[in-house]
Ligand binder design. Sequence first.
Ligand code: MG
Length: 245
Amino acid sequence: MIYLKTPDEIKKMKRSCQIIGDMLRMLEEKIYIGMTTRELDRLAYDYITAHGAKPNFLGYHGFPGTICVSIDEQVVHGFPSERRIKEGEIVSIDTGCVLDGYHADAARSFIVGNTTPEKKRLVEVTKECFFKGVEAIRIGAALGDVGHAIQTHAESNGFSVVRDMIGHGIGRSLHEDPPVPNYGKKGVGVRIRQGMTLAIEPMINMGDYKVIIDGWDCYTADYKPSAHYENTVAITENGVEILTL
Ligand code: MG
């Protein structure tokens, strides 16, 4: 069941989404080499609660943090821990909050200090993939158009698209219909309608698309790095609005 949102509901979503967009910018400024991922988690928790919202990842199916923090070959769902961030690592942070009953969800990949050109490029292309997907959004277009645009950009840069995890609708729940794959065929899938609110979140691998999922653990099968970029978007009469930027 796809819940289309009224303009008033989208206005409410903008408030939770703005907190997450601003918070990710704050984390990008505060992250440093040698910091533990638990310290990042604490900053996120404090920011969200200070703004009157509630972390929506914390306790979700028992998840122990405000942020998922996944490093290099970890794709998503990493637990905050005493692990210290090293120079050159890809640190992917996925997080969200709920305010007035409406959810926000977004992710960024950061690199602290110097890294290899390939890792830098992976992070850049992953972000570009999100925007290629957004460019394909039009009322009446298919979700397959969005996935196709993301997949084409990733693969034309020599990277691959994770298949086992995908984007999703979002609103009164963190995960709603429809599923939003980051791969697909033009013209195939659910039609995009006004009032849809979607979390579009390419997860792009440097090597093979295959991942290993073992409980919460999710890492690339070839141990090569992965990057993640996500925003919550709304389809309105004005087109697509990116709510978590
Ligand atoms: Mg998501």
